[in-house]
Design a protein around this ligand. Structure first.
Ligand code: ZN
Length: 297
């Protein structure tokens, strides 16, 4: 599915779409009343009834304008050892992500820019591929944009101590890019291209960035893991168990929802079920989520 944002096209490149976590595990504040209030949250696109788990997508957003070929976030990657039970879904994958990218008309050599909103396990995986026993950048001609604050966090003993499971991820999916000289570190705000800007979106991780794409009258927001599931549109106070800074994460979530509602921006998150993006409306109770395929385009 491709969406148009002014002169840019935005295409989802799927890595996997599977049942994810039990909602009470993912959201420590989970209360099933949200499922009764909002029938769409129980639809098969967002909810796997058999297991009682939320549907979880892993994908990249591919942005093109004829000159630039940009990937936002890169999923989990193939062949990576992720043996911990909580990351079982990501362990030694063998998925046709690059074939799907090719089906969209993009070869690894064509990618000019990779942006990782943050450096968690499921956002950096396809940064690298295994070649002759070593991890190499998947996209040899791309510059890879990482937040300096985020990178420094994961390279510091104190930062890593908060989530040691992410250590091997940095080693196999981030450091090979740095060592190849393809990493570009940016501050909390950065203008990457005309209409493509990075802004701070802290809370889920301290250094998370979000991407804003503006062209003509259209805007799309790529908020990383500011929201994991559409149910958080209706319960913006719910953090995931992986959010580092609880109050900051809540404030960022509300800021993103307010911005999308005020601006009519397309919200393009990292893990929502189909159609994987949508618009935010204000409602008497707070916010409402309108999946993008239900809108005239
Ligand atoms: Zn994620």
């Amino acid at each position: 599915m491709t969406f148009r944002v002014g002169t840019y096209s935005v295409t989802r490149i799927e890595e996997m779409l599977t049942p994810g976590f039990l909602p009470a595990f993912l959201f420590p504040q989970f209360d099933p009343s949200v499922l009764d209030e909002q029938a769409q949250l129980r639809s098969a696109r967002f909810w796997h009834a058999e297991s009682g788990k939320v549907m979880s997508s892993m994908h990249s957003w591919l942005i093109r304008d004829g000159r630039h070929t940009i990937l936002i976030d890169t999923g989990c990657g193939n062949a990576k050892t992720r043996a911990l039970p909580v990351f079982q879904r990501f362990h030694r994958l063998d998925l046709p992500y690059l074939d799907r990218l090719a089906a969209a008309g993009v070869k690894p050599d064509d990618v000019t820019l990779v942006i990782c909103t943050h450096l968690h396990i499921d956002h950096v995986g396809w940064n690298t591929v295994l070649e002759a026993g070593a991890w190499r950048p998947t996209f040899p001609n791309a510059r890879y944009v990482f937040g300096k604050r985020e990178f420094d966090h994961w390279r510091s003993p104190a930062g890593l101590a908060g989530f040691p499971e992410n250590g091997p991820v940095i080693e196999d999916s981030v450091m090979p890019v740095v060592e190849a000289g393809q990493a570009e570190f940016v501050g909390d705000t950065a203008r990457i291209l005309d209409g493509l800007e990075l802004e701070p979106a802290p809370g889920h991780t301290a250094g998370q960035l979000m991407v804003k794409l503006t062209s003509g009258r259209d805007t799309a927001v790529f908020p990383g893991d500011t929201l994991h599931q559409p149910m958080q549109v209706y319960r913006p106070e719910w953090n995931s168990r992986f959010c580092e800074q609880a109050e900051t994460a809540r404030a960022t979530r509300r800021r993103v929802l307010d911005y999308c509602a005020d601006r009519g921006a397309l919200l393009m998150p990292a893990h929502f079920g189909a159609p994987h993006c949508g618009r935010i409306r204000r409602s008497s109770a707070g916010y409402d989520f309108a999946p993008a395929d239900e809108l005239p385009h």
